[in-house]
Ligand binder design. Structure first.
Ligand code: SF4
Length: 708
């Protein structure tokens, strides 16, 4: 950090969903300008605070590995998946092209598959798909889904929410009619009890974690439930280190206790919910004594936590991927919703349900309709009235059938049913489960168009690579985990011939026959708010003036609603619905050959597939190598030592990493961050999906650990 720059640009952090406001300090540099340092601003989510990623994770923008010119694959150049880091000679498979030529090949290739003009028997709108990005702005997400729906002609559009909170959203929409959070993170300061389950906010939402720790310091009871003992547990009143993948057993036992001990909020259940009897019957046999052997938490401790949660004047639940990334992730979230409904712990300050969002714009991208079953503002694609409204606005008929989700698109590609894919800013060759399968699927595509800032593991399999803009190189609105819409402002120019994503999208759309003329994100946002009642009261001018506005915001006089569901839920009858769930086994349990459980996740310094943070000098210097964490007792039993390189294998692949001793990892489990291409955790993960949210179970599969 070199101190204040020659000019300052107020913007946002490009990493997690907390949505910290910051200022880029800019100074002149050879060939242009550069960011020299970052300061936290007094935004609603961070009040000047930043974590190590926000403060030091910015010089990836100036990496010499940036894509700066359009590239097209040379005729006959083989598509070989990369295992390990992308090699320095990756460009040998490509030649440089002008923007016109690259767009013509990309747009023309996609149009030919759509129209069947290439003579291939598999063609049509559903032979194409698109992955947008939760790292892009609201305007980019909206345009991307509009392009797929109107330019491709199908709903085969998705993004990383499918790998993140898709199961939470499925349960929330089903139970209370809205997939967004009910209360903002800072509301923990109003809570008497905070229940954090399946989340590691100190690492993944560090500034949000500071609110939780402050609330605990001020006297709120903090219950931390997670198979791993995380740093937040040091601040907790009670710690429930339950067995991996037994969330439903633990939560059903809490529900049983609340019902059996008369702790139900009878008036709330009577007046604001339905189907309580179904829940009561379902959990009748899930006593703490019955569930304790399953989840590994003593029955009396389960009872005490259930009582505390129900009796507190205000209890708030926050959860993360530990709940959602399971083949029964939707069931896990259903139980959390039931806890809030049965006790009336929702609709007031300091209560409610908060699925902590991962990417900085995964909330906004989902709101904007970047998902295969929903139009913007969560109108189902099969809802005739809603679809007709979008058809009128967009000027063409829309597909009324839900499209395929991320992993389903990969399966369809490998089966030859999807031949063309447009990927903007995602890296499925690292983020999908069972990477041998995912990379084979990507390599099998006849037209893979990748728009990105780096030669990612996905980009090297592309037919056309379109060099795009990094976060500080563009202006746009972003929606954080709290439903706060905020403005990020352009600080730098993209390098070389790289262009802004929004402009590239417009040019691809034109090649697909759409007459788009959007020249600025403002125009896109104004179109969005005309179609999305949730943000109707948020004008672009208002964002420029106020910097941050919470939705729902019905009109320009509204200051937004930080706490929702005060009087009714946005369901057909205004009531919340109990959807019971019972414990069930995962897709792959440990056995004699594969005796340990793999838990994947993130670490503080690296962000998701590492494309940005592993090119950020300070962050990569702190955590430069892939590691696998094991309990010291397991290391001893296996005859291994911390610091030793070891092998972790599953039925799908194997990787080598450095062993790390961590007594927070439960005996019988290993924890591997998924940011490292040279030891990609997702080579091991299982591709089975949650049947409702269609999310893979990244948090649970069977592995074997051996010496090398
Ligand atoms: Fe960025 Fe999240 Fe850290 Fe805030 S908490 S600085 S948004 S990574």
């Amino acid at each position: 950090v070199t101190g204040p720059g020659e000019r300052q640009v107020d913007s946002l952090c490009p990493f997690c969903g907390v949505g910290c406001q910051l200022s880029f300090q800019i100074e002149k540099a050879p060939g242009g300008e550069r960011i020299v340092s970052v300061d936290g601003r007094d935004g609603p989510a961070n009040h000047g605070r930043l974590c190590v990623k926000g403060r030091f994770g910015f010089d990836y923008v100036a990496s010499p590995e940036r894509l700066t010119v359009p590239l097209v694959r040379k005729p006959g150049a083989p598509k070989r998946p990369v295992f390990g880091r992308v090699p320095a000679n990756w460009r040998e498979q490509f030649r440089e092209a002008s923007w016109d030529e690259a767009l013509e090949i990309a747009g023309g290739g996609l149009a030919a598959i759509r129209d069947g003009t290439d003579g291939h028997p598999v063609h049509g709108p559903r032979a194409l798909a698109g992955f947008g990005s939760a790292k892009g702005s609201n305007e980019e997400a909206y345009l991307f889904q509009k392009l797929v729906r109107t330019g491709f002609g199908s709903n085969n559009v998705d993004h990383c929410t499918r790998l993140c909170h898709a199961s939470s959203v499925a349960a929330l929409l089903e139970g209370i009619g809205s997939g967004a959070v009910s209360n903002q993170v800072a509301d923990v300061m109003q809570a008497g009890l905070i229940f954090v389950i399946g989340a590691n906010p100190t690492v993944n939402h560090p500034v949000a974690a500071t609110w939780i720790k402050n609330a605990a310091r001020r006297g709120a009871k903090l219950v931390v439930a997670d198979p791993r003992r995380t740093e937040l547990a040091r601040h907790a009143t009670r710690v429930l280190q339950f067995r991996p993948d037994t969330d439903v057993a633990l939560l059903d036992a809490m529900l049983h206790t609340i019902i059996a001990e008369g702790l139900v909020d009878e008036a709330f259940v009577r007046e604001r919910t339905r189907d309580f009897d179904a829940l009561r019957k379902a959990v009748a046999h899930c006593s703490p004594e019955a569930m304790a052997p399953v989840c590994g938490i003593p029955a009396e401790l389960i009872r005490e936590v259930a009582r505390d949660y129900a009796r507190s004047r205000a209890s708030m639940i926050l959860w993360g991927m530990g709940i959602s990334q399971h083949v029964h992730g939707t069931d896990n979230a259903r139980c959390l919703i039931a806890l809030a409904l049965v006790t009336g712990q929702i609709g007031r300050p300091g209560t409610g349900l908060h699925p902590l969002r991962g990417q900085n714009n995964v909330q906004g991208a989902s709101d904007a309709g970047l998902i295969p079953m929903m139009l913007p503002d969560y109108h189902r694609v099969g809802d005739a009235q809603a679809a007709a409204a979008f058809e009128r606005a967009w000027g063409m008929a829309l597909d009324r059938e839900p499209g395929l989700t991320v992993v389903e698109i990969m399966n369809a590609a490998l089966a030859g049913e999807i031949r063309g894919l447009y990927v903007m800013g995602e890296n499925p060759a690292m983020s999908d489960p069972d990477l041998h399968h995912a990379r084979a699927a990507l390599a099998s595509l006849e037209m893979l168009v990748v728009q990105d800032i780096f030669p990612t593991e996905t980009a090297v399999l592309a037919d056309v690579i379109l060099p795009a803009s990094a976060f500080p190189e563009k202006t746009g609105s972003f929606t954080n985990t709290d439903r706060i819409v905020q403005l990020a402002r352009q600080a730098l120019q993209p390098p070389g011939q790289a262009r802004q994503d929004l402009a590239i999208l417009v040019d691809i759309a034109r090649r697909l026959g759409l007459d788009w003329t959007y020249a600025h994100p403002r125009e896109v946002f104004e179109e969005m708010r005309g179609l999305m009642p949730s943000i109707h009261g948020i004008s672009w001018e208002r964002l420029e003036r106020e910097g941050a506005v919470t939705y729902p915001c019905p009109d320009e006089t509204s200051s937004g609603e930080p706490v929702v569901f005060r009087e009714r839920f946005p369901t057909a009858d205004g009531r919340g619905r109990f959807v019971p769930a019972l414990p069930s086994p995962g897709a792959e349990l440990p056995d004699a050959d594969w005796p340990m459980t793999l838990i994947t996740g993130r670490q503080l310094e690296h962000w998701h597939t590492g494309a940005m943070t592993r090119r950020a000098t300070v962050l990569d210097a702190i955590e430069p190598h892939p590691t696998v964490s094991l309990n010291p007792r397991d290391l001893a039993v296996l005859g291994l030592a911390a610091g030793e390189r070891i092998r972790v294998a599953s039925r799908r692949g194997e990787i080598a990493l450095v062993a790390r001793a961590d007594d927070g990892v439960p005996v019988g489990s290993v924890f591997i961050p998924f940011a490292y291409a040279e030891a990609a955790a997702n080579l091991l993960t299982h591709p089975a999906l949650d049947p409702f949210g269609k999310i893979p179970g990244f948090k649970h599969c069977a592995v074997r650990v051996t010496a090398i």
